[in-house]
Design a protein around this ligand. Structure first.
Ligand SMILES: O=C(O)CCCC[C@@H]1SC[C@@H]2NC(=O)N[C@@H]21
Ligand code: NA
Length: 560
């Protein structure tokens, strides 16, 4: 590899780490100086919608997206861009269904809801599922920037994993949620700047926008609307636009990292507003990543690069292209590395802080009710530190995955996030569901999701790889079990969610459904009541006085 980094680049990268630590220090030494768990874990519930909205974006926009989406677009075209259609319902439903229920309950952890609605056992299972999902996801997030950089440049692999992990652990441990949210804001700006720089330089080097457009058209990288209903088709409008809604709900509706941000808002309205404000920045970051992939395709589609890289992974190829593009422009390679690590740091810090929160709130505090505030805060900081070290260990295991990092991350979200989403939907929309049904549902959902997920990884070994853009599937259509294993990973969230709801309802009815008066007030979303209010008046009257369903509906309407 030629020399990629000048002194200017290292300075910019160092400035990013220093700024992050500085913001962490500021919040450790100002305000309440992180002396209570309310401040350390929930920012004293004092945050306004702008920083929260950028932190909502940054929490699930890591180096995986910064590298993985351009690699996806370069290899398969802009089909993935249709996931933007999922952002509408994917943010509206959290804003008008999940936030109203969860905010009114004044929770600290999203999983307290599960104890209020079902039982302590359901809460523990939800917490453990979240911890598992987040620890694995953190490993991918720490590993991705380090691995990609190491494969394409002389950037030291484990040195940068250590630098990322330590800096992140430091400011998260001393600054708490306030530091995490404000560093997310700063890091989001660096992310956008880095991606924009690559796009501007890339378009210039290709010879202008029209030249880029001509080349991507020729390479049929502009995907048309693909309405193919086949659920094994990896990326279609249905898997991304509809399956993507369930992925978004599992992240922006019920994932602790995002729920904690909603709960840190000073009012419920601020929380809802932050959801609305996250929409344009999510669309912008998706557009930047996809355009970056297109520009790279226009610039490099002609040449073959497999010989130049130590690895065949498309993710590392993205870094190689970026470093090649930015060669000789002092400071820009450093800016892109800062962009990568900003993406990683903002996600990992959110993960640390939310892991420390649920461990304290769901696993420790219930067993040590007499613990003093000082000890609880100290323990929270110790937890953030230990999760930091665990995450770097997890980075090593990611080494073993040879899938595209974007697919690995989205599979994890689908396999675990989908069933957990189903658990919350079972609780909020079905008053009859009981704790036994919830546990049976979650167990079945996770078992099936892992069966399909692991099965797809094993089956993929036998050549069920996604096809490159433009060529039709020549391999025989998978049948029977292989058909299940070749379900698009974008359907995992929906599949897991529905499995939990169906199983949960069946087992609840078999073991004696709950009566409405037994359900904790405020834990049900009046789905029927809300849907009925969309009906015209005459239908409402008819419905509310005739059927037993009508009684239930009028009962719900009166209650809310
Ligand atoms: O970037 C990552 O770390 C994970 C991949 C993206 C996660 C999902 S994709 C839909 C939604 N939009 C985002 O920007 N992130 C989440
Ligand atoms: Na991030």
């Amino acid at each position: 590899m030629g020399k990629h980094f000048t002194a200017a680049d290292y300075v910019i990268f160092a400035l990013l780490l220093a700024a992050s630590i500085g913001i962490g220090l500021y919040h450790a030494l100002s305000g309440g100086r992180q002396r209570t768990t309310q401040e350390f874990l929930l920012a004293d519930r004092s945050m306004s919608c702008l920083p929260i909205s950028l932190s909502l974006l940054a929490s699930f926009q890591s180096a995986v997206a910064i590298i993985g989406v351009p690699a996806e677009v370069y290899a398969h075209g802009t089909q993935y861009w249709f996931i933007g259609c999922a952002y509408f319902l994917g943010l509206l439903i959290p804003a008008h269904v999940f936030i109203p229920v969860l905010y009114k309950l004044q929770l600290s952890s999203a999983y307290q809801y599960l104890e209020l609605r079902f039982s302590k056992a359901v809460r523990i299972c939800g917490t453990l599922a979240f911890i598992f999902q987040t620890v694995v996801y953190m490993g991918v997030c720490v590993y991705t920037p380090a691995f990609a950089l190491n494969a394409a440049t002389e950037f030291e692999l484990w040195g940068s994993v250590l630098a990322t992990g330590l800096v992140c652990t430091l400011y998260t441990t001393i600054g708490g949620l306030k530091a995490v949210i404000w560093t997310d804001v700063f890091q989001t700006v660096v992310m956008f700047a880095g991606q924009l720089a690559v796009i501007v330089v890339g378009v210039h080097q290709t010879g202008g926008v029209s030249e880029v457009w001509r080349k991507v058209r020729e390479g049929n990288r502009i995907a048309a609307l693909d309405l193919n209903p086949d659920p094994t088709e990896r990326h279609t409008f249905w898997t991304l636009g509809v399956g993507g809604v369930f992925l978004m709900l599992s992240l922006y509706g019920v994932n602790q990292a995002q729920v904690q941000r909603y709960l840190s808002a000073r009012t419920e309205k601020e929380a809802v507003r932050s959801c609305y404000m996250a929409f344009p920045s999510l669309q912008l970051s998706l557009a930047l990543s996809c355009v970056m992939g297109l520009v790279m395709f226009a610039l490099y589609c002609g040449e073959d690069h497999s010989d130049k890289l130590a690895t065949s992974s498309k993710d590392a190829m993205v870094i190689y292209f970026v470093m090649d593009m930015l060669q000789g422009l002092p400071g820009l390679p450093g800016l892109f590395v800062a962009c990568l690590f900003s993406a990683a740091l903002s996600t990992i810090s959110s993960a640390f802080n939310s892991l420390a929160t649920v461990t304290m709130e769901d696993l420790v505090k219930p067993h040590f009710p007499a613990m003093t505030e000082a000890r609880a805060t100290l323990l929270s900081k110790a937890l953030a530190l230990s999760y930091g070290l665990l995450c770097m260990a997890m980075a090593y295991f990611t080494h073993l995955m040879d899938d595209s990092v974007l697919q690995v991350a989205l599979k994890i979200f689908g396999m675990v996030g989908g069933p957990v989403l189903g658990l919350f939907c079972l609780g909020m929309f079905f008053p009859w569901a009981n704790a036994t049904g919830a546990l049976a549902g979650l167990g079945t959902g996770l078992a099936l999701a892992f069966w399909v997920g692991i099965g797809s990884i094993v089956a993929r070994g036998s050549g069920a790889r996604p096809l490159p853009a433009g060529c039709t599937r020549t391999a025989p259509r998978p049948s029977g079990l292989h058909r299940l294993y070749s379900l698009s990973y974008m359907w995992y969230s929906a599949f897991g969610c529905f499995t939990v709801i169906l199983t949960g309802l069946v087992v609840s009815f078999l073991t004696g459904p709950m009566k409405e008066e037994d359900v904790t007030p405020g834990t049900i979303y009046p789905l029927m009541g809300k849907l009925v209010c969309f009906l015209p008046e005459h239908l409402k009257k008819k419905l509310c006085c005739v059927t037993p369903l009508g009684q239930t509906v009028s009962g719900i309407m009166n209650k809310y």
